[in-house]
Design a protein around this ligand. Structure first.
Ligand code: NDP
Length: 385
């Protein structure tokens, strides 16, 4: 029996994780499930898997959660600190699938146990890569990448040959607007932006995929997870999302991981690691797919990818500022307060006018995150659509 906790259990990744766990009830025991405020979904899942604890980050939702769990034997708790307490509970395996920087403290709390943390929450590595990786080493914890690209790279890593990696090639579907001109992108609606052609995901990452900021965040994430320099991280657009990423070695060999675009594949890999488990995911049928296409990313139409690469190259606080400004801009776009192209403009402006010193501690990261959010928030107010 593996004991598991799912942070962000009501989201897209959280739900996929639950799906796998519920298929093998004899193999997993659920310690805690957390959400922000989706009480109905959280309580239903907690009852089904007989979790010990269910937590809502938004404390105002706690009375509703208590009511929904009445008589179930599942304990209820509320508030951001309660999410961190849940993350600290003894679990062999924790899925970190909260969206955004809200996931950072819970990730660090989960690492304190020295257990295994499966990381979907890329924003925590982008804004606080050094702090998180130090915590992994300091607590003797294991961090397993769940993002499909990073999980693919992880699967292509050869033990003993880390110093023989010449390049990591992250694949990108290109998002729903891969072929649109800049003028056409101006009027894009949130509904169009979240309709990803290959993957079913939460709203924030779907918009990040449409701007290619997601690929930029992933380049930064890969830099922290794998032994490469920023220059060794390439991005290639591969519209079919069949090859999830590749590792090129010194001898010219390129190893790739392939699979259907279903997050349950990388989640299952992390859940069963170092073994493998069965999934109900569709098998790859390459003759039906017929062809695989590749092209270079267009940094002019997708400036977010360029901004992220520049932030990584500059290092220090730049990735944290980029990430915070992007979260504010994406939320404003989803709320119809700014246009699609203004996401990149707001991130660029925030980076332009805020360049703090590199953070060394979690508190410094959080202070930079808060200030970048203020600046980006002011810039949102200037936008009229
Ligand atoms: P969703 O928006 O679908 O789910 C987010 C989860 O986080 C929900 O459980 C939500 O609770 C919870 N949450 C939101 N805000 C807070 C908060 N302030 N405090 C605590 N919990 C909160 O996101 P995804 O599942 O799509 O993505 C989760 C993470 O995984 C992101 O970092 C994303 O980049 C990454 N990822 C996602 C992939 C995907 O396929 N979806 C692929 C690779 C990476 P509630 O439901 O109550 O709002």
């Amino acid at each position: 029996m593996k004991t598991v906790t799912i942070l962000g259990a009501t989201g897209s990744v959280g739900t996929s994780t639950l799906d796998l766990i519920e298929r093998e009830p004899e193999a997993f025991e659920v310690v805690a499930l957390t959400a922000n405020c989706d009480v109905a979904r959280l309580a239903a899942a907690a009852r089904r898997v007989r979790a010990k604890l269910a937590v809502v980050a938004d404390a105002t939702c706690l009375p509703a959660l208590r009511e929904a769990l009445a008589g179930s034997g599942v304990e209820a708790a509320g508030g951001a600190d309660a999410v961190c307490d849940a993350a600290r509970m003894d679990a062999d395996w924790t899925m970190a699938a909260i969206v955004g920087t809200a996931g950072l403290k819970p990730v660090l709390a989960a690492l304190e146990n020295g257990g295994t943390v499966a990381l979907a929450n890329k924003e925590s590595l982008v804004s606080a890569g050094e702090v998180v990786m130090r915590a992994v080493a300091g607590h003797g914890a294991t961090l397993l990448p769940v993002d499909s690209e990073h999980n693919a790279i992880f699967q292509c890593l050869e033990p003993g040959n880390a110093d023989r990696i010449s390049r990591i090639i992250l694949t990108a579907s290109g998002g729903p607007f891969r072929e649109r001109g800049l003028d056409e992108m101006r009027g894009i609606t949130p509904e169009q932006a979240v309709a990803h052609p290959n993957w079913s995901m939460g709203a924030k990452i779907s918009v990040d995929s449409a701007t290619l900021m997601n690929k930029g965040l992933e380049v930064i994430e890969a830099f922290h997870l794998f032994p490469v320099t920023p220059e060794q991280l390439d991005v290639i657009v591969h519209r079919q999302s069949v090859i999830h990423s590749m590792v090129e070695y010194a001898d010219g060999s390129v190893l790739a991981q392939l699979g259907s675009p279903d997050m349950r594949v990388p989640i299952a890999h992390a859940l069963a690691w170092p073994r493998r488990m069965a999934t109900p995911c569709q098998r790859l049928d390459l003759t039906t797919i017929g062809r695989l296409d590749f092209e270079a990313p267009d940094y002019t139409r997708f400036p977010c990818l360029k901004l992220a690469r520049e932030a990584l190259a500059a290092g220090g606080a730049r990735p944290a500022v980029l990430n915070a400004a992007n979260e504010v801009a994406v939320a404003a776009f989803l709320a119809r307060r700014i246009g699609f192209l203004e996401i990149a403009a707001i991130v660029a402006d925030t980076l332009e006018c805020y360049d703090p010193a590199a953070p060394a501690t979690l508190d410094q990261v959080l202070a930079i995150d808060a200030e970048a959010r203020n600046i980006a928030g002011e810039r949102v107010k200037d936008c009229v659509i």
